[in-house]
Design a protein around this ligand. Structure first.
Ligand code: CTP
Length: 414
């Protein structure tokens, strides 16, 4: 596919180098057209080296090739990232004052804008009107991600992750009206890994969770356009790029992080293996074996059920936005003489009160640390249980798709 990659003059221009790599590695032929301002952030040499093509932003270079007409006309797809407020305004009003805006006027294929700017600029009536104008003409304008911006401010206005822009661009060329990624503009908090409950400065009670499933969910949510916060208990795998990571160790620390993160999350997924109990006392010094004393007995106390507490807080929230939060639990279940896995899982779904429960059937396959998984997704809305199996990446994609479906199609609680 022939792609024109327009680069606007914003600090996020540096992230577009990764987007360019994603396109070229997928075999596409990419011509980069930066604006004059964009070249102040990333130099022409970078775009030339990464794209393998000469780069210009002037209509007066290589005039004999009539680039201002040819590039837009020949492109199968035009992607503009970061689309600044200025660039959106110039595109909306049909200006042709540099090579990129000329190219946009000549476009015969799909056009995708990935905006990035400060929240106030994105929310300004002028920008809103420009975005509406462009969308009204059939141009795809992604919602920016939410999170830390260039200064100390944060809010909607971050450039969506390169993988998310890539997925949206490919979906657009495949004629999908789904270019609005399922979780675009949503904030998703995911807990992952296993908590560790200290006994003394060197020992802890832990579990076998590797964090692979939670990390795969974070990647899938990020690629679906969400702003992702990963609450990482002990994990054997690294956290993925493009997500905010909050490191925790114990169930109590995870509880604190989860309650804080939930305040502005559209979705909370509790994929972490949380210790149900912790030692009643933590010794300040290493517990030693002593021949003249009795062997120690460890007493345990219950940890709070974080998932249940999140549901209670959500249901009691005064504001409608918080009340429409979607909460997803995970459960590892086995069947026994008194009931099968599904019966136990349905009882757990009711007990926990979450919207979706992703159930691992333990025993048929080992779950912890493995790369594959088989799950059943149960929904509080009463729809049929949905089965998903495959790699943890594939299972995560199914869970994230289901979450997108619930957010977009199932009416929020009153
Ligand atoms: N969970 C939680 N807080 C806890 C324990 C578990 O938030 N203290 C969450 C897990 O992250 C998971 C879900 O609850 O999403 C199910 O955990 P599980 O241990 O299976 O639930 P329990 O209620 O402890 O069930 P059981 O009685 O089978 O141990």
């Amino acid at each position: 596919m022939r792609i024109v990659l327009g680069v606007g003059g914003g600090i996020a221009a540096y992230k577009v180098a990764s987007l360019l790599r994603l396109f070229t590695e997928a075999g596409h032929d990419v011509t980069v057209i930066p604006t004059e301002a964009a070249t102040r952030f990333v130099g022409v040499a970078t775009w030339e080296a990464l794209s393998g093509h000469p780069v210009s932003n002037s209509v007066f270079d290589d005039v004999h090739q009539v680039n201002h007409v040819r590039l837009g006309h020949e492109a199968d797809l035009i992607v503009v990232a970061p689309a600044t407020a200025d660039l959106l305004a110039r595109a909306a009003t049909g200006q042709a004052n540099d090579l990129l805006t000329n190219t946009l006027l000549m476009a015969s294929g799909p056009v995708l804008f990935a905006p990035a700017m400060h929240t106030e600029m994105w929310q300004h009536a002028a920008t809103r009107a420009n975005v509406e104008t462009l969308r009204g003409r059939g141009v795809a304008v992604l919602e920016p991600a939410s999170g830390r911006l260039t200064g100390s401010d944060s809010g909607p206005g971050r450039l969506p992750e390169p993988e998310a822009i890539f997925d949206a661009a490919i979906a657009l060329t495949q004629g999908s009206s789904d270019y609005q990624l399922p979780l675009a503009g949503k904030t998703v908090t995911i807990s992952a890994g296993g908590t560790r409950e200290p006994l003394d400065p060197v020992r802890f009670l832990g579990n076998r969770s590797s964090g692979k499933q939670g990390v795969a969910l974070a990647v899938a949510a990020r690629n679906a356009g969400a702003t992702v916060r990963l609450l990482a208990a002990h994990m054997e795998v690294p956290a993925p790029a493009g997500v905010e990571v909050v490191a925790v160790e114990t169930a109590l620390q995870l509880r604190e992080a989860a309650l804080a993160a939930a305040a502005d999350s559209d979705v909370v997924i509790m994929a972490a293996a949380v210790a149900d109990f912790r030692p009643a006392e933590i010794s300040g010094t290493k517990i030693k074996k002593r021949d003249d004393a009795a062997d120690p007995v460890i007493s345990l106390v219950r940890n709070p059920d974080i998932l249940h507490e999140l549901v209670e807080l959500r249901d009691a929230a005064a504001n409608q936005l918080r009340r429409s939060q979607l909460i997803v639990g995970f459960a590892a279940e086995t069947g026994d003489g008194e009931g099968d896995v599904l019966a136990y899982a349905e009882a757990k779904l009711r007990r926990k009160g979450c919207d979706l429960l992703v159930v691992n059937h333990v025993g048929t396959d080992k779950v912890f640390g493995q790369d594959t998984n088989a799950v059943v997704i149960l929904s509080r809305s009463g729809s049929e249980p949905q089965e998903a199996s495959g790699t943890k990446t594939e299972v995560s994609a199914a869970v994230i798709n289901r979450i997108g479906y619930e957010l977009n199609h199932v009416s929020p609680r009153a």
